[in-house]
Design a protein around this ligand. Structure first.
Ligand code: PEP
Length: 247
């Protein structure tokens, strides 16, 4: 039985006051949701504030990125040790915006995943094809390569995979349930190539314009174990509704 995960990716949004106002409203709305793992990934600058506000809750704190080194001359970077020190239990790695805008390669992402796991951070590992790749019939090739390279020599525990078709991120275009299920089933089969039976325990999240309106049908897919939510996680009532899908 895979426990669902609903994760918020705030991206480069919210200052300290905004984060505080969000949590003041959000926490009472989800206080009793014990059957779902809820994760919030704020920007680095509000991790400290959010960590303090989440202390007495079961909501987990994630970072949106990190570097693989522990410390040293890496100007502008944040290490896994710094993230655990501030109270993060999770980190998002391989997000398509990191891949496309900041040029992150599968190999770099693999090193980051290894470092995160060495420090006990659970990794939300993002993969997904672009529109051009889907239209060229390359979706499965892309997913297979990202999985094989990103998870090379990484043990299965502590890995959550997020399938995020790039054409659905921030576009208002959600994958159909058939498209999502087909991709998730393929991802689980490729995880089984690496991990055998343990792939049945790996949570695979869907990400890409998830809304309170689309979450119920997505969560009804047998291989969709949760969601990584960008835009619709910025408002407390909308994110709480996604957490409480089917209620
Ligand atoms: C994301 O950035 O991971 C994401 C899925 O964004 P959105 O929900 O806004 O498409």
């Amino acid at each position: 039985m895979r426990k669902p995960v609903i994760a918020a990716n705030w991206k480069m949004n919210k200052k300290v006051d905004d984060a505080q106002a969000f949590l003041d409203q959000f926490i009472p709305l989800v206080w009793n949701e014990k059957e779902i793992d809820i994760v919030i990934a704020p920007p680095f600058t509000v991790l400290h504030t959010v960590a303090n506000l989440l202390k007495i809750t079961s909501v987990s704190l994630a970072a949106q990125n990190m570097y693989f080194e522990e410390k040293g001359a890496f100007t502008g970077e944040i290490s896994p040790a710094m993230l655990t020190d501030i109270g993060c239990t999770h980190v998002i790695l391989g997000h398509s915006e990191r891949r496309a805008i900041f040029g992150e390669s599968d190999e770099l992402i693999n090193r980051k995943i290894g470092a995160a796991r060495n420090f006990g951070l659970e990794v939300i590992f993002c993969i997904g094809e672009t529109l051009a790749e889907r239209e060229a019939g390359k979706t499965f090739d892309v997913l297979k390569k990202q999985i094989q390279a990103g998870l090379k020599e990484i043990p299965h525990n502590g890995i959550i995979v997020a399938y995020e078709p790039v054409w659905a991120i921030g576009t208002g275009k959600t994958a159909t349930t058939a498209e999502a299920q087909e991709a998730h089933e393929f991802v689980r089969a490729r995880l089984a190539d690496l991990y055998g039976k343990a792939a049945d325990e790996t949570r695979i999240l869907y990400g890409g314009s998830v809304t309170p309106e689309s979450i119920d049908t997505l969560m009804a897919c047998p291989d969709v174990d949760g969601a990584l939510v960008g835009g619709a996680s910025l408002k407390a009532d909308s994110f709480a509704r996604i957490v409480k899908y089917n209620k």
